[in-house]
Design a protein around this ligand. Sequence first.
Ligand code: SAM
Ligand code: SF4
Length: 343
Amino acid sequence: MVVRMNARSPNPDAPLVDPFGRAIRYVRVSVTDRCDYRCVYCMSEDMNFLPKRDVLSLEELDRLCSTFVRLGARKLRITGGEPLVRRNVMSLFHALKRHLASGALDEVTLTTNGSQLARYAQELADCGVRRVNVSLDTLDPDKFRAVTRWGDHAAVMKGIDAAVAAGLNIKINAVALKGFNDAEARALVDWAHGRGFDLTFIEVMPLGAMEEDRADQFMPLTELRRGLEQSLSLTPSTYATGGPARYFDVRETGGRLGFITPLTHNFCESCNRVRVTCTGTLYMCLGQEDAADLREPLRRSESDEPLIAAIRTAILRKPKGHDFVIARAAKPAVERHMSATGG
Ligand code: SAM
Ligand code: SF4
């Protein structure tokens, strides 16, 4: 019933609701598949990147984002690849500011590896960005270089300092990797909470082919949490973002700790989000192959109506959930890398 009403709604601006009654309020938009790092769990060392003509222009990305806002999205997250390596990316943030000013949008946020933050933090704040997620898996510069293949830890630290100085709230995301940063988990908690940042651990997901076997990387967060609870008291927090993280308050640090556990506990029932790649491909679920091409309707007409029709049709195919499995020598759940879909 919900399906039909949504599909044939006479109101072009009617909000997006999927077949399971979930309203789509959150859109994550990848603005590039390129990155200045090659994290071992995210990309292979010799990635092939998309030709420029396939990638939406910044004006097209603005039109796409604005159409989702028109259809009821309240939150946009700009991601990649590394969003801040896209040339002139700040023009997109400047353009999106109008939706924050009008009240149509609650938030524009960013997920970044932090390498370029020192340069852009103040301008992001000027564009109305209030929060950024910075990905940081280790505090050790040598290990940081190893996990990112060529990242510069000091540059990220400078970027974080600049973000603090610009008044941005920071959440640190760390992918839990067996034998790599599991022993460092407590140090990461102390560091992040000591600086007033939220910290979220993420289970590695089977996205895209890798040189390494995923089973060797996978660290169940149930185990990581048990380890932390040897020395920390975690109580479930009332804080919820509507997203996949489950939060805990940490008594000893006074900070908040999140766990994103797509493998050991999936979070699909409350999923209110979709993802769009930099080529305008809409993925209704991070862990499924089904997708819709939005670039063709976007480029076909100056009117937004074909684009809106394509989005509505796609949302009606949003699946109930994903079914990730990590097993030795298993194939990835989906062939595309996280950097392509947008993390
Ligand atoms: N380059 C930016 C960054 O690193 O924050 C944004 C894009 S990145 C793909 C977004 C997030 O996805 C990062 O926090 C990264 O650690 C995470 N990620 C990448 N590949 C992943 C995987 N296979 N499993 C879990 N998280 C992954
Ligand atoms: Fe780049 Fe982010 Fe992927 Fe690392 S996780 S390779 S920084 S896109």
